[in-house]
Design a protein around this ligand. Structure first.
Ligand SMILES: *Cc1c(COP(=O)(O)O)cnc(C)c1O
Length: 463
């Protein structure tokens, strides 16, 4: 252990070097997988190597294949960066190396998660007594929440899914918006609930409440409805007030996928977009996206703690679990057994931002998205495809070829990076402003990059 301090000091230097390089380095690396295999690969080493040498070589050899995702110039997918306090707390979580499955695996890790629950329910306007689980991502959040949903809707139909499984169970109907995220489908598949029924969505990807009412009326039995706060391309919100009312009338469980969009609830300016979502039975949201906590980190919350726990609890004679209800054993609320103490980094992010910092982060990135949208339509042939209600901009040029060509040129230039998509059968480009560092300067850089791209001599014939 005598060597640990120089090693960690040196590692902090390497990490800082990398973070400082984010300002200049091309956002996406110019390297092939073969080149990386060359430098990182080789036969399994036969003998030990000094830790500092291992770390030096790893930093050197991995560097050419790193994407500057933590930079304010990265607009791909919906990513977010790492707030300094969250990054530092994440290091501590590794150093402390608690097994955050049980209270006895680390009391502070357990208590911090409960503190985060109180803060998040306050910030997002969710019921103060909601239960919480800390998971790897919204994907596993949906698995957890929909397992709770499955338990409860079948229990109401007189079926104990924990004891008797799904064979012979009443059929569970699952209604989802046509533009739900793919992770909902995978969660349902893993839970044995099959392919859901898609309810029509409008041009922005919002579930149509009238279509949901119609679908609910057309069937009966145990029912789950999955709604969405923040469509991954447009940032659009489902109409929660109407959806919550319809779900309640039919005794359906309402689950909300708010991977990034749920954070709008923290902002007085944007809160109206999520009104009604607080009436749901379960919610999921990522900490590693808009909250800017390092990967991987997400929260699942449930207003029916009994169903949540019934779906996830586990016990074995060698475990020391608390059954007095005074402490919180994380293993009862998530699919994982042994687990990283993810709560520390989320706690640090929330403390570092404070309510005002969080609101500023959310509102600034949304304002950046509006600035980008206003700027991009100045370019010839550019068209914004979404109502820019949040931090997402979806746009295209006047042909699929021009759209793909402009995106390719911008990606190659390396000042900024964003990804393409297909929207209503046409090629489009997505901009997600999710990084805590992004400001007008980075938006203007992105606009400048597209201006150059469309002014360059065309390789493709105009249509
Ligand atoms: C990103 C995203 C997900 C998946 O979240 P992970 O954290 O990657 O598992 C689900 N739904 C929406 C709307 C998303 O944007």
């Amino acid at each position: 252990m005598n060597d640990i301090r120089p090693l960690l000091r040196r590692t902090a230097e390497l990490a800082s070097d990398y973070l400082e390089s984010l300002e200049q380095r091309p956002v996406f690396p110019h390297v092939t997988a073969d080149e990386l295999r060359q430098s990182l690969g080789g036969p399994m080493p036969e003998s030990p190597q000094e830790p500092q040498e291992v770390v030096e070589l790893l930093a050197r050899d991995a560097d050419p294949g790193l994407v500057a995702m933590g930079s304010g110039r990265y607009f791909g997918f919906v990513i977010g960066g790492g707030l300094p306090a969250a990054l530092a707390a994440d290091w501590l979580a590794s150093a402390w190396d608690q097994n955050a499955g049980l209270y006895v695996g680390g009391p502070s890790a357990s208590v911090v998660e409960q503190v985060v629950r109180d803060w998040v329910c306050d910030l997002l306007g969710l019921p103060a007594d909601a239960s919480i689980g800390f998971v790897t991502g919204t994907q596993m959040g949906s698995v957890t929440a929909l397992a709770a949903a499955r338990f409860r809707v079948l229990e109401r139909a007189g079926w104990d899914v924990g004891r008797d499984g799904l064979f012979g169970a009443p059929r569970v109907r699952v209604l989802v918006g046509a533009k739900r995220h793919v992770t909902i489908d995978r969660a349902l598949r893993l839970l044995g609930l099959g392919t859901p029924e898609a309810v029509a969505a409008d041009s922005q990807g919002r579930m149509e409440a009238a279509a949901l009412r119609h679908a609910l009326a057309a069937g009966e039995g145990p029912t789950i409805v999955c709604a969405q706060a923040g469509e991954v391309n447009t940032g659009a919100f489902d109409p929660f007030e109407e959806i919550a009312a319809a779900a309640a009338e039919h005794g359906a469980w309402l689950h909300v996928d708010g991977a990034f969009g749920l954070w709008a609830a923290a902002s007085p300016e944007l809160r109206g977009l999520v009104r009604g979502a607080e009436r749901a039975d379960s919610w999921i949201t990522d900490a590693h996206k808009w909250l800017n906590v390092p990967y991987d980190s997400a929260l699942v919350l449930c207003s029916d703690p009994e169903a949540h726990r019934a779906a996830m609890t586990t016990s074995a004679s060698y475990l020391i679990q608390d059954d007095t209800g005074t402490v919180y054993d994380q293993v009862d609320w998530v699919p994982e057994f042994s687990r990283r103490a993810r709560g520390f980094a989320v706690y640090a992010a929330l403390r570092a931002l404070g309510r005002s910092g969080l609101v500023e982060l959310i509102e600034r990135t949304c304002s950046c998205a509006r600035r980008f949208a206003a700027g991009i339509v100045e370019l010839p042939g550019a068209e914004v495809l979404n109502e820019v209600v949040l931090n997402q901009v979806l746009f295209r040029f006047d042909s699929d070829e021009r759209t793909d060509d402009a995106l390719r040129r911008v990606q190659e230039a390396g000042d900024v990076w964003m990804s393409g998509t297909t929207w209503n059968e046409r090629r489009a480009i997505r901009v997600s402003v999710s990084n805590w560092q992004t400001d007008d300067h980075e938006i203007d850089l992105a606009l400048g990059s597209f201006r150059q791209a469309v002014q360059a001599p065309a390789h493709v014939p105009a249509r």
